[in-house]
Design a protein around this ligand. Structure first.
Ligand code: GCB
Length: 506
């Protein structure tokens, strides 16, 4: 806790819980009122399961006396959630025993200065047995999940702050986590901190069953745990800016981001008109303003698959890209194209060629044997024309989990695997030259509008919409971890990029 900041750190050893601070107690749900303020403590907490033989190491070593990180490694755990379900760790999945949750909270100054204010810590539910410490002091103990319990912590908070503020008035401040790194592009490389970086990652969507696009900490942690499982080092925020909490986690875990604005559907001649252009410039201003301080962001993407072969596209993208560079001269700028290399009028203005292709899916259906020649030609023609690094920004195949067919047929898990293998063999040749990344379409199945090509949504995920792996996920996992280990520079990039727990345990 920074000096002068009113606050408390709270620890307890239950499973699953949520809590709130309320000015007045009583076991009733603490609704806000003119005489009552609430502070939610939902979000990411530090977490550790006590895997020791007797599962009592935490008590023996008194982990509650100091911040949890000082007694050993911690995980980020969303509250409320069930720790068994958000991870990829089999041991944790079936763990029963003491677990420790901790969180620091900055409290409104008045709560600690006004001695008539009552400050109550309320735990909405903690399964099964809970012990709560605030600033190392035992304040509550409760048996049984599902039902709330409370502790009056006014004295603890007020004594502590009186001592801290004795030195003088407290000014208003908040800490901004920052990371310092450089990004640059040469004719054939993407450099982070001067070292070549290869994107082995995914395209995502903010999407899940029931939740739709709604924000959900548990889902987010599950996705980040899956990215770690996969060995992915990057993703593109296709096709719109993601929640700020997502960007914060990318900084924290060293996941590199291509940050895309909602420039999708720029396909009609009128999409390139002045009204649309002015709005696009405005959106880029808002995006850069919001995300410029995230070290995870290494490149801006101003659009996805525009009709960049139409005549006005040249001026349009020249203007949008130049404007973005004025807003942020420190990062490369691109847009993601599916146009032919010879017809694309926006490509002269990008720093990196990002190209989507669906060989053997939307063309030459079922003919996996065409992929290698078509993909090699795609890379060679783009590079010959522009001498800029190239990223395969989308590729993939619709796959319905549980459909099996060998020899492979479209929509089967075997077809998705084989298609990926064909792409990978070309990527492995070209990444030695000028290809600097590959991003699978898509991380997970997602909902779409209804069309004859979508069976209950887009099924190109390597995970289902419920985040279970299809066969291709294992193929990609093997590949990405091999790439991570092979590309030695990766380690230092991730380390320097990362502000907290890197996904990569180097
Ligand atoms: C694309 C688009 C993406 C689609 C994907 C597909 O090229 O960029 O939004 O979802 O293809 O699966 O058709």
């Amino acid at each position: 806790m920074a000096p002068g900041q009113a606050g408390a750190w709270t620890l307890l050893g239950p499973l699953l819980w949520g809590c709130a601070l309320a000015l007045q107690g009583g076991m009733l749900y603490p609704r806000e009122s003119p005489s009552r303020e609430r502070k939610e403590l939902d979000g990411l907490w530090s977490f550790r399961a006590d895997f020791s033989d007797n599962r009592r190491q935490g008590f023996e070593q008194q982990w509650y006396r100091r911040p949890l990180r000082e007694s050993g490694p911690t995980l980020d755990m969303p509250v409320p959630s069930s720790f068994n379900d958000v991870g990829q760790d089999a041991q944790l999945r079936s763990f029963v025993g003491w677990v420790w949750y901790e969180r620091e909270a900055a409290l409104p100054q008045r709560w600690s200065q006004d001695l008539d204010t009552r400050v109550v810590l309320r735990i909405g539910s903690a399964h099964y047995y809970a012990i709560v410490w605030v600033n190392g002091v035992h304040v509550a103990e409760h048996e049984g999940g599902h039902l709330p319990f409370e502790a009056d912590i006014s004295k603890l908070i007020q004594v502590r702050l009186t001592a801290q503020t004795a030195a003088g008035p407290v000014s208003d401040f908040h800490a901004l986590p920052v990371g310092i790194r450089t990004v640059a592009v040469t004719e054939s490389q993407f450099l982070i901190n001067g070292k070549p970086f290869y994107f082995h990652g995914v395209n995502k969507h903010e999407d899940a069953d029931i939740r739709g696009k709604g924000f959900d900490w548990s889902l987010l942690m599950k996705d980040f745990n899956l990215l770690r499982w996969l060995g992915a080092n990057s993703f593109r925020t296709s096709h719109y800016p993601y929640a700020e909490e997502v960007m914060q986690l990318c900084d924290r875990y060293g996941i590199v981001v291509i940050d895309e604005c909602p420039g999708v559907g720029i396909v009609l001649p009128e999409s390139f008109g002045n009204v649309s252009l002015q709005h696009h410039l405005q959106v880029m201003e808002e995006l850069v303003r919001r995300d410029k301080n995230h070290p995870a962001v290494v490149m801006w993407s101003v659009a996805n698959e525009p009709a960049s072969f139409l005549k006005p596209a040249g001026y349009y993208f020249k203007t949008v890209i130049a404007h973005t560079k004025t807003l942020d001269p420190s990062r490369p700028v691109t847009f993601v194209t599916s146009s032919n290399y010879a017809a694309d009028l926006g490509a002269p203005y990008v720093d990196v060629i990002c190209v989507n292709s669906y060989y053997s899916w939307y063309h030459d259906c079922g003919h996996l044997e065409v992929i290698q020649l078509q993909l090699a030609t795609q890379f060679e023609t783009w590079y010959r024309t522009y001498q800029k690094p190239v990223i395969q920004s989308e590729y993939g195949a619709e796959t319905i989990a549980g459909f099996h067919q060998d020899p492979p047929l479209m929509f089967s898990e075997e077809y998705q695997r084989s298609l990926l293998e064909q792409y990978h063999s070309v990527l492995d040749q070209k990444r030695k030259e000028y290809v600097v990344g590959e991003l699978i379409w898509n991380f997970a199945d997602f909902m779409t509008n209804q069309t004859p090509t979508r069976a209950l949504g887009n099924k190109k995920g390597i995970f289902t919409r419920q985040r279970q792996p299809k066969s291709a996920a294992f193929l990609l996992r093997e590949r990405y971890w091999r790439l991570a280990n092979e590309t030695r520079y990766h380690r230092s990039v991730v380390k320097s990029q990362c502000l907290g727990n890197s996904l990569f345990p180097f």
